[in-house]
Design a protein around this ligand. Sequence first.
Ligand code: FES
Length: 209
Amino acid sequence: MQKVKIATWSQVSDRTPVGALVSNVDLVIVRFDDNHSVLYGRCLHRGALMSDGCVTGDNLICGLHGWDYLFHTGVSSYNNAEQLAKFSSWLEGDDLCVDQDEIETWEKAHPQPYDRTPYQGAFQDPHGDAAEPHVSLIRRLADEGLEYLGHHGPVTSMGVSREQLPKWDDIQFVTAQLARKPQLDAVPVATEVVIGPGGRAGGYRHLFG
Ligand code: FES
């Protein structure tokens, strides 16, 4: 066993998640009264830091999309099949300690993809999501600007395939009356149709309604 201090107990606020890093594994500490939990510190959804979340009732809530984990156990309340790993932790005087060997053994089975060196590297989402297919390109542009793409941005040698062009279905027209504003519902309007040059006098008149 290799003991390592991760926090000063007297400085850990009750039910306020606190982050720690051991080897390359993010941890989250939750103090509840005189007890404590040390869990894997990354959300199982898209890897947000759980120390950026909050505690509500018995749950540690991810700050991004609200996934919830019981802070006693790390088990998700919403889906019990999901669980943040829970690591051994104990107090020695005012030191909150964990076993670095235990965490490194876990890390071997769960290699961590996070590179904390680049700008905002600790907050990157290594999984991506089909609902946000452009995030990796946006992140790359944020990191590198147009340095490697050129000032026109991404281009391909043979133009753009038809399937990638905007389609009429992608465009939504919101119709509106521009000449004058429509009347409100309660305003009486004539619904007569008058056909013929004589108007009421000489023509055919039909009433609606
Ligand atoms: S990253 Fe935690 S809920 Fe989405």
